[in-house]
Design a protein around this ligand. Structure first.
Ligand SMILES: [Zn+2]
Length: 262
């Protein structure tokens, strides 16, 4: 299923009419048994090294859904460029089987992610974030990935496979590269999820996303119709406003809310 022609145009319009649909899961009341937080709730835990000096990014995938090395390498590079982890950031891969029939809800993502975490999210001086790559699609059409709490993200490979552009521009690999950075950008609190930026760069129509289509945090990076928005090349980097927000959070000049560890 390539996006294009009338179907693609309809898809874009539907997305424009449903600005809240997308890649930020509904918040839940999760005080017991363990606080899971909201996306961005472990931003300072990554950006600062006061408590966590190293970090594990756990990547749990179903058979056939392992992300490309270029995607996870890019993710590592982006995290290393913004997070203070003197003892390093490690990727941990595991093939798993999830227990979900049909489309995935936010609750499914949260439940399956937490059931498959290989360690505590906050384990001594080690911070653990997790990306799951399940078979199947999200219960909202055309969503490529979702961030559901402070440590858990899902990317939907079946939807990503169909989101490439005509003649593979952008390619499936380009799409996966960008979406993996985008979703982890939400775990970093972008845009305005757990702070208020001194610069107005949040898209009014798509809360939590950048208004700059050169930023990986632009809303359409999460959409199966992204090939219609970007035509050939996709952003896969944080822009200067994103980076300045992260730097301000890291040095304390921008106040962070909803942090799980303070
Ligand atoms: Zn998003």
């Amino acid at each position: 299923m390539h996006s294009g022609g009338i179907r693609g145009v309809v898809g874009v319009l539907l997305l424009l009419m449903a600005p809240l649909a997308g890649c930020l899961g509904d918040a839940v009341d999760d005080l017991v048994p363990e606080r899971k937080g909201i996306p961005g709730g472990l931003t300072l835990a990554c950006l600062q090294d006061d408590r966590f000096t190293s970090m594990v990014v756990e990547i749990d995938y179903e058979a056939g859904y392992k992300p490309l090395t270029s995607s996870t390498d890019m993710l590592l590079e982006r995290l290393e460029s913004v997070c203070a982890k003197p003892n390093g950031i490690t990727l941990e891969f595991e093939e798993v089987t999830f227990d979900v029939e049909g489309a995935w809800s936010d609750t499914d993502v949260r439940t399956q992610a937490w059931a498959s975490k290989s360690g505590d999210v906050q384990d001594g001086d080690v911070l653990r974030w997790q990306l799951i790559f399940p078979e199947g699609e999200y219960d909202q059409d055309g969503v490529l990935g979702v961030a559901v709490d402070a440590s858990s993200v899902a990317l939907f490979g079946d939807t990503i496979q169909d989101a490439d552009g005509p003649f593979g521009r952008p390619s499936v690999e380009d799409v996966e590269n960008s979406v993996i950075v985008h979703e982890v950008g939400h775990l970093l609190g972008l845009v305005n999820l757990v702070y208020t930026s001194p610069v107005d760069h949040e898209d009014d129509e798509h809360p939590g996303h950048s208004s700059n289509d050169d930023s990986v945090m632009y809303w359409a990076v999460n959409s199966a119709d992204l090939a219609n928005v970007f035509f050939s090349s996709l952003p896969n980097e944080f822009d200067n406003d994103d980076l300045n927000d992260l730097a301000g959070l890291a040095d304390g000049s921008i106040a962070a809310t909803d942090q799980l560890w303070t």
